[in-house]
Design a protein around this ligand. Structure first.
Ligand SMILES: NC(=O)c1ccc[n+]([C@@H]2O[C@H](COP(=O)([O-])OP(=O)(O)OC[C@H]3O[C@@H](n4cnc5c(N)ncnc54)[C@H](OP(=O)(O)O)[C@@H]3O)[C@@H](O)[C@H]2O)c1
Length: 333
């Protein structure tokens, strides 16, 4: 098999100022080179996460400062084409996936850099769509349930409410919580009730119905993938209950300061990319205990439309971006 040859430039979606999806433009940008401990990956699929377009608005500029032009996107799946110095556990041609580390981004391009500390080899039988959809949302769900809600990974006997059970994070949280052994109660709208049940929820609450939580308490854990306010959920928690929010705004941080004084705990979920967590999810996938629902596909040049779809807040599972073809090329990309 011949080694791939790349031009000095590559296609990338970029933006040069803060704004809505209209700031996105397709550009030719220089091909990146892997530094020590990095892999250069030919991206086959990427996936959209709300943080992509939230960051573009400038709302996160204090915690995620941008250096323009910026190539958005955190989730990718593809093939390794170059190794940085000191990389020992990966080889050219490996199929890998990752949530690009911390603030860098860069997945919306033909080629992207990932650190070996966040990269996992795709398990046998996993396709690129699933591999791109899993990292950010899956690790958020895992870290929210395990690290913030303090649920043991096995034989957990707790009753867990997943709010937003049909979304990118929520549909994976339902399955992970189920695999941990909990009793899972998913919250979604009428059109997604059958799906959430099929994903493994023992009970489903339709939030469009009047007074949806009446008679449903107590819960040991609430994983909130929709709102950043613990106040409606604290009364639903039993003794020792934990509320973890994937949208940790000021209210969540302020209430979490009271944790040492209160029986019920409120904790923010702040994702950290970790290869070991992605490998844990991959093992769950390999055991057929996890699947990734694909909401829709868009071509790289249609990233604007993909963001608009994500911004509706109505997606089911993950939006996948088709960047390149699978298979190891032997010519120009
Ligand atoms: N803190 C972190 O590190 C971190 C990491 C990942 C994600 N997040 C944040 O977590 C949130 C969720 O992310 P995501 O990727 O899962 O988003 P998403 O896929 O866009 O979520 C869409 C889903 O939310 C559901 N939904 C909307 N309103 C609802 C409600 N009132 N009750 C229950 N479900 C509702 C929708 O179902 P219906 O159409 O049926 O309503 C839809 O399926 C985002 O705000 C994201 O930015 C934070």
């Amino acid at each position: 098999m011949g080694l791939p040859v790349y031009r000095d430039d590559m296609r990338a979606m970029t933006y040069r100022s803060y704004g809505g999806p209209e700031v996105l433009e397709l550009a030719e940008v220089p091909k990146p080179s892997p530094a020590e401990g990095q892999l250069l990956v030919r991206v086959v699929r990427s996936s959209v996460n709300p943080v992509d377009w939230k960051r573009a608005t400038g709302a996160l500029r204090v915690i995620m400062p941008a250096c323009f032009p910026l190539v958005p996107g955190y989730d990718l799946a593809g093939e390794v084409v170059e190794l940085g110095a000191g990389v020992a556990d990966f080889a050219i041609g490996d199929r890998v996936h990752a949530r690009i580390g911390e603030h860098a981004g860069g997945a919306s391009a033909d080629l992207a850099l990932i650190g070996v500390d966040v990269a996992a080899k795709m398990p046998e039988g996993m396709d690129f769509d699933v591999a791109a959809g899993l990292p950010l949302a899956g690790m958020t769900a895992l870290q929210g349930l395990r690290d913030q809600a303090k649920i043991p990974l096995e034989n957990a006997k707790e009753r867990v409410l997943v709010v937003g059970a049909s979304g990118g994070v929520g549909h994976l949280a339902v399955q992970i919580a189920r695999a941990m052994g909990t009793t899972v109660v998913g919250v979604c709208s009428t059109r997604n009730v059958a799906l959430v049940r099929e994903l493994g929820a023992h009970e489903v609450i339709d939030y469009t119905q009047p007074d949806p939580y009446r008679g449903q308490a107590p819960f040991d854990v609430v994983l909130d993938c929709v709102a950043g306010d613990s106040s409606p959920f604290l009364p639903l928690l039993g003794p020792g209950g934990r509320y973890a929010s994937c949208l940790p705004g000021a209210a969540v941080f302020a209430r979490s300061m009271l944790n040492p004084l209160t029986d019920k705990k409120v904790r923010p979920v702040l994702l950290k990319s970790r290869a070991v967590d992605l490998q844990w999810l991959d093992e769950l996938y390999a055991r057929r205990a996890l699947r990734v629902i694909i909401d829709s596909h868009f071509a790289l040049e249609d990233l604007k439309k993909a963001w608009e779809r994500s911004m509706t807040g109505r997606t089911v599972g993950k939006i996948v971006i088709d960047v390149g073809a699978g298979g190891f090329p032997s010519g120009d990309s």
